[in-house]
Design a binder for this molecule. Structure first.
Ligand code: SAM
Ligand code: SF4
Length: 335
């Protein structure tokens, strides 16, 4: 290849350019959220998980071939030992301009410890998952969590100059009574709030038919109390945005079950074992770890072949669902 030719971008079989990688760095977590994990989880043996060097090599490969955005996720990314070494390594791509954005999704429990270092690595935005402001409810949802740690993490992130977005999984019942408080809390601090419709990933011991709340219903309910102005803004992802006139802040609505966003999909996900998932609603994966351990060229070939069979649209179907549509837990891959 001539030296001045940029490496070919990653394009799928439907002509969609893939420029966004969500990379899971661990399947482990310090919490056990009821919609995400079972109370007793068996985690992967460490030898199956990509090393930090392999995670960096894989990221480099994506970035060389046009990935402009990289989101680190998990499990809980901040529980991975030496994870800041990976952020420091990846930050050079921000410095060269090869990457537009390096970001992470976290439960926030360890954010107070790492916020300043993340900002120093060029991270500008973080998503923090928080479904309630009530300490007891937080403990019940997460089975293990102390909300004070998350609130301290959010404060530290804001102090470090990070833009924080809150993610909340919508559910029937108490959540519906708490969502207004979450809106006020987020918007008073300059944070957007994204409401996520629960997805049927993995057996968690929860009857999802009882818990799933349609965001269409929730939005209708919110519109009775707040003035919501729809925004025309696409991230290539599943979120729709509305502005809350009373607060000036934004609410994102992610409804993978009831809303078709697939035509704009620009992203793929890689698990911490190097399995490439080209669609969140499809459990078939392509192994990149084996090829990566052979060579970068082999990994790139496997990646390009997998993109050719990226589904045109996802296949969740609640009506056919007897509890769980996709057996893999959300924590295996990240949001
Ligand atoms: N541990 C980090 C966290 O909680 O932010 C990152 C990984 S977590 C799997 C990523 C996102 O997925 C979180 O916002 C979480 O609320 C969301 N999530 C987990 N299980 C889900 C499910 N079954 N349906 C929809 N969202 C889910
Ligand atoms: Fe852990 Fe995040 Fe899953 Fe909660 S949603 S159990 S914090 S990985």
């Amino acid at each position: 290849m001539p030296l001045d030719t940029a490496p070919a971008p990653l394009v799928d079989g439907f002509g969609r350019t893939v420029n966004y990688l969500r990379l899971s760095v661990t399947d482990r977590c310090d919490l056990r959220c009821t919609y995400c994990m079972a109370e007793r989880m068996t985690f992967l043996p460490r030898r199956d998980v990509l090393s930090l060097e392999e995670l960096a090599r894989l990221s480099d490969l994506f970035i060389r071939h046009g990935a402009r955005k990289l989101r680190i996720t998990g499990g809980e990314p901040l529980v991975r030992r030496d994870i800041m070494d990976l952020f420091r390594d990846l930050s050079r791509h921000l410095a060269t301009g090869a990457l537009d954005e390096l970001t992470l999704t976290t439960n926030g429990t360890l954010l107070a410890r790492h916020a300043a270092a993340l900002a120093a690595c060029g991270v500008r935005r973080v998503n923090v998952s928080l479904d309630t402001l009530d300490a007891d409810r937080y403990r019940a949802i997460t089975r293990l969590g102390d909300i004070r740690m998350v609130l301290a993490g959010i404060d530290a992130a804001l102090e470090a100059g990070l833009k924080v977005k809150l993610n909340a999984v919508a559910s029937r019942g108490a959540f519906e009574g708490e969502v207004d408080d979450l809106i006020r809390f987020a918007h008073a601090r300059g944070m957007d709030l994204t409401l996520i419709e629960e997805m049927p990933l993995g057996e968690t011991g929860l009857d999802r038919n009882q818990s799933v709340l349609s965001l269409r219903d929730l939005e209708r309910d919110l519109a009775a109390r707040w003035t919501l102005s729809p925004l025309r803004r696409s991230t290539g992802g599943p979120a729709r945005y509305v502005r809350v006139n009373e607060t000036g802040g934004l609410i994102g609505l992610i409804s993978p079950m009831s809303c078709n966003f697939c035509a704009l999909c620009n992203r793929v996900r890689v698990s911490c074992t190097g399995q490439l998932y080209t669609c969140l609603g499809d459990d078939s994966a392509v192994d990149l770890r084996g090829p990566l351990r052979h060579s970068d060229t082999a990994a790139l070939d496997a990646l390009r072949a997998a993109l050719m069979v990226k589904p045109e649209r996802h296949a969740f179907d609640m009506s056919r669902m007897a509890g769980t549509a996709v057996p893999r837990h959300m924590s295996a891959l990240g949001g």
